[in-house]
Design a protein around this ligand. Structure first.
Ligand code: GTP
Ligand code: MG
Length: 330
């Protein structure tokens, strides 16, 4: 564990001195400009490009493009290989956080896992934000009660964080609500770029105030509204991908739960019986380890369905959102 943490911390330090495309030997200002105009905005994108594509898009000669790509490959931060036993050591540190609902915990194999992204998606009012509030409260609870006794970081993109709800939920768990509130740090993200920066900043905050729960509510709303139309889709997916990998990195480094929410968008084809699909498509789907689809049931009940888990069976369960927060409701 310690060795891994150290290694990851080294990675993180390297990442801080992020290299720009001007750092690629042979790329001057004019070339950098041409590259940017054709959406080659970072070293990684250039490292994986093909010389002929780059030549066609930018007007740089194919030979020169090949040289730029080769140089980019040398300096790109590709990351490290880890041995199986290193990964095993790290995986042994995985812990599970209670959601407040025993049913939901069971569906997730005992709670929300650290070192992974859990994505809750569903229609408006399906309870995503309520569950995020509940997680922020349970995370502060002692280990014996299924919590992590930890501070919490929330990136709030829709201005839906409500301290009043935290107070209600904390009281329902016999916790000191002032103490709980003092352990939750909330930042409002004004647009997708701001959100990405805050994701990055979370790592800094956690150095001073170790936080083992990071919430992003909502992961996709800014991206969805800012990048409309087919033309901007690849840029949106690229940024979302980077953001999610930053989050996952936080999860691994701090052995933290990463909980995010996602809306659904109407889709002409049928998705699990509902004509809805999560926003963000494959990028979000492939990076999130656990995807939980929420829908409304009767009388405050919610139905949660686990989708695409790496090792848990798919299944459904029922939970309840009430004044006291999230529970089984029985
Ligand atoms: P969007 O962010 O709009 O996509 O929705 P969401 O999935 O985040 O929905 P959210 O978690 O905000 O759920 C709102 C619903 O939770 C309300 O319609 C209520 O049914 C329920 N709810 C919220 N607060 C309370 C409360 O204090 N008491 C009770 N009983 N229910 C509540
Ligand atoms: Mg919400």
């Amino acid at each position: 564990m310690e060795k891994n943490e150290k290694k990851l911390k080294e990675d993180e330090t390297e990442k801080k001195e992020e290299i720009g495309i001007e750092d690629i030997p042979g790329v001057g200002e004019a070339t950098a400009e041409k590259l940017r105009e054709s959406n080659y905005t970072d070293v990684m994108a250039i490292a994986v490009a093909s010389p002929s594509d780059m030549a066609n898009l930018t007007g740089i000669g194919e030979g020169a493009a090949a040289k730029i790509i080769a140089a980019a490959r040398k300096i790109a931060d590709v990351g490290n290989f880890e041995t199986g036993d290193e990964i095993y050591q790290r995986r042994k540190g995985v812990q599970k956080l209670t959601s407040g609902s025993h049913n939901l915990d069971t569906l997730l194999g005992g709670g929300l896992e650290t070192q992974a992204i859990s994505e809750f998606f569903g229609e408006f009012g399906s309870g995503k934000t309520q569950i995020m509030h509940q997680l922020a409260v349970t995370a502060t609870m002692p280990i014996e009660r299924g919590g992590f006794n930890t501070d919490v970081i929330i990136i709030d993109t829709e201005n839906t964080f409500r301290p009043e709800r935290i107070i209600q939920m904390a009281k329902a768990k016999d916790l000191d609500s002032d103490e709980v509130l003092a352990r939750i740090r909330v930042a409002r993200a004004y647009n997708s770029h701001h959100q990405i920066l805050l994701g990055d900043r979370a790592g800094e905050i956690a150095k001073e105030h170790p936080a083992r729960l990071l919430i992003v509510d909502s992961l996709t709303s800014h991206f969805r509204s800012e990048y409309m139309g087919r033309g901007s889709l690849s840029e949106r997916q690229q940024l979302l991908n980077r953001h999610m990998h930053d989050l996952l990195r936080f999860g691994t480094l701090h052995n933290a739960v990463i909980a995010v929410t996602n809306q659904v968008s109407a889709r002409p084809d049928v998705f699990f019986g509902d004509p809805m699909a999560p926003v963000g498509g494959n990028i979000v789907g492939h990076t999130a380890t656990f995807r939980i689809y929420l829908r409304k049931g009767k009388a405050g009940k919610r139905i949660a369905r686990l989708i695409d888990s790496p090792y848990l069976p798919e299944g459904e369960t029922v939970l309840q959102v009430s004044e006291d927060g999230v529970s089984d409701g029985t």
